[in-house]
Write a protein that binds this ligand. Structure first.
Ligand code: TXE
Length: 477
């Protein structure tokens, strides 16, 4: 069984304690990861600080950008190996893992070409003075990464952080660390100085908590559950450092009677089954205008009925969910729905030859759910779509905004005026009109409002989050 070490200061560091790496498609361990804690975090922060004090800190923005671009090329070269590892580690159908590898390369390409485009300003101020603002890196940035899109989330947060000149310490999820380690090796091959990209693997409450508690960290970027996000923000507050939090959602897809219903149905379904629904931006509520409710629900029910979940390598509609806890969570929501008498309008199946120990769940469409029902309010993080009926625009807006979350929304209508009114009225970080982009969109600023978190990742906007603006005022007469 292969054993992986941490990646600190440009090399692999063996560990004494380990955690198993389990294939969610069959429940079998196939490798083991180093289980780190405060000592490894300390070593990683020191290595990162040494890189900032050394060659990395002296590189120009253009040179940093070149390294990021070179890394993008290496990710493209090794895309198939990365995709295979991610698919086995997380249970994603291989075509989805391939799309993630391509997006990961694109993040580094995007941030490679952005690194020297973050210009400061000169500010008119007083006679005899020149005032300028310049962007400076925070220093050592901490990145706590979840298991649902490891490569993509590493790309979006580490790519932007390195573009701005920070040095990184990553704590990938215990369920999905392989790609972070592979990317660290590729970064070394690309020529990043040692210590710029460190990976400490292990459990959240050990390695993750040690990272957020470390006084040498100047910014933490966290994607995960609202509960742990709250802990991360509290830990950061002790050192008064900024955090970026991305904490999931209960994103609405609002379909009006004048929409292209066929396109909407296909996109709505993909937006909830992609990655077995384990997508922060999954469109998990579909709000349908009353006159077309039955028709669209019947269409979606037919589509759900044809879905099949099975081992990642078979590349079916869905793979397993990531682990036994996640399977229990999704099935718990489904049991609750059943016991509460909800209408299961459509349900896919688990492939008959799917391995016994795999973490499979049935993709499920629940229809005519009240907007305040548990299944319409809480994030399931599985392939469970909740259909809600509405009468008019005002009611649709109230339902859309009626949860604690605010990450993404979709609006389906032929009326541009209505599309614009809703786009402005919906409290979310992203609104898609007549399309929906769960997961993708390297160039598009992304992040939440309300309990979905704060700060923006992806796109050019993310760069400002990974840097501090310094004002220099010169009196020269
Ligand atoms: O998340 P955790 P879990 C949601 C989703 C899912 C639920 C639970 O609803 O069902 O969270 O998933 C690290 N200090 N999302 O338990 O625990 C952990 O090691 C510092 C939504 O896996 O939040 C991992 O690297 N770090 C989400 C990361 O936090 C800690 C993606 C996320 O794990 C820590 C994932 C601690 N005390 C889950 N405890 C999204 N927004 O997409 C854990 N971690």
């Amino acid at each position: 069984m292969q054993t992986f070490g941490h990646w600190i200061g440009g090399k692999s560091i063996a560990a004494e304690r380990h955690i198993p790496v389990i294939n969610p498609s069959n429940g079998h361990a196939f490798a083991q990861l180093a289980r780190g804690g405060a000592a490894e975090i300390e070593a990683a922060v020191r290595a990162a600080q040494a890189a900032l004090d050394g060659p990395w800190g002296r590189l120009s923005a253009t040179e940093r950008g070149r390294l990021l671009t070179r890394l993008a090329t290496l990710i493209e070269r090794d895309a198939e190996a990365l995709a295979q590892a991610e698919s086995r580690d997380v249970g994603k159908p291989i075509r989805q893992a391939r799309a993630d590898a391509a997006a990961c390369a694109r993040y580094f390409e995007f941030y490679g070409s952005s690194a020297d485009k973050m210009h400061g300003d000169t500010i008119p101020y007083a006679d005899g003075m020149t005032v300028m603002s310049i962007w400076e890196p925070h220093g050592v940035t901490g990145h706590i990464v979840p298991w649902n899109y490891p490569m993509q989330i590493v790309g979006r947060s580490v790519g932007a952080a390195l573009a701005m000149g920070n040095a990184c310490v990553l704590k990938p999820a215990e369920d999905a660390s392989l790609s972070s380690l592979m990317l660290a090796e590729l970064a070394a091959e690309a020529g990043f100085p040692e210590g710029v990209w460190n990976v400490v693997t292990g459990l959240g409450e050990e390695a993750g908590a040690a990272l957020t508690a470390h006084s040498g960290i100047s910014h933490v970027s966290f994607t995960g559950s609202p509960e742990v996000g709250t802990l991360v923000q509290a830990a950061a507050a002790k050192h008064t450092i900024p955090v970026t939090l991305e904490l999931g959602g209960k994103s609405p897809q609002i379909v009006f009677q004048d929409a292209d219903l066929d396109t909407a149905a296909g996109t709505v379904m993909n937006g909830i089954i992609q990655n077995a629904g384990q997508t922060c931006s999954a469109g998990s509520r579909v709000l349908i205008q009353a006159p077309v409710f039955d028709r669209l629900v019947a269409d979606l029910a037919g589509r759900f009925g044809r879905l099949e979940a099975g081992p990642a390598e078979r590349d079916l509609d869905l793979g397993p969910v990531v682990n036994a806890d996640q399977q229990k969570r999704v099935n718990g929501f489904l049991d609750f729905a059943r016991n509460d008498g909800l209408n299961i309008a459509g349900q896919g199946r688990i492939a008959s030859n799917a391995p016994e120990g795999g973490y499979y769940v049935q993709p499920t469409l629940l229809a005519d759910v009240a907007p305040n029902h548990k299944l319409a309010q809480e994030e399931v993080f599985g392939p469970v779509l909740t259909a809600i009926r509405f009468q008019d625009e005002a009611e649709a807006l109230a339902i859309a905004n009626g949860t604690q979350f605010g990450l993404v929304a979709g609006v389906w209508t032929a009326d541009i005026g209505r599309a614009m009114r809703l786009s402005r009225g919906i409290k979310a970080g992203q609104v898609f009109v007549n399309n929906y982009g769960a997961g993708g969109g390297v160039e598009l600023p992304f992040g939440g409002v309300k309990r979905s978190g704060h700060g923006r990742e992806k796109g050019f906007a993310a760069l400002a989050g990974f840097a501090a603006l310094k004002t220099i005022a010169i009196r020269h007469g």
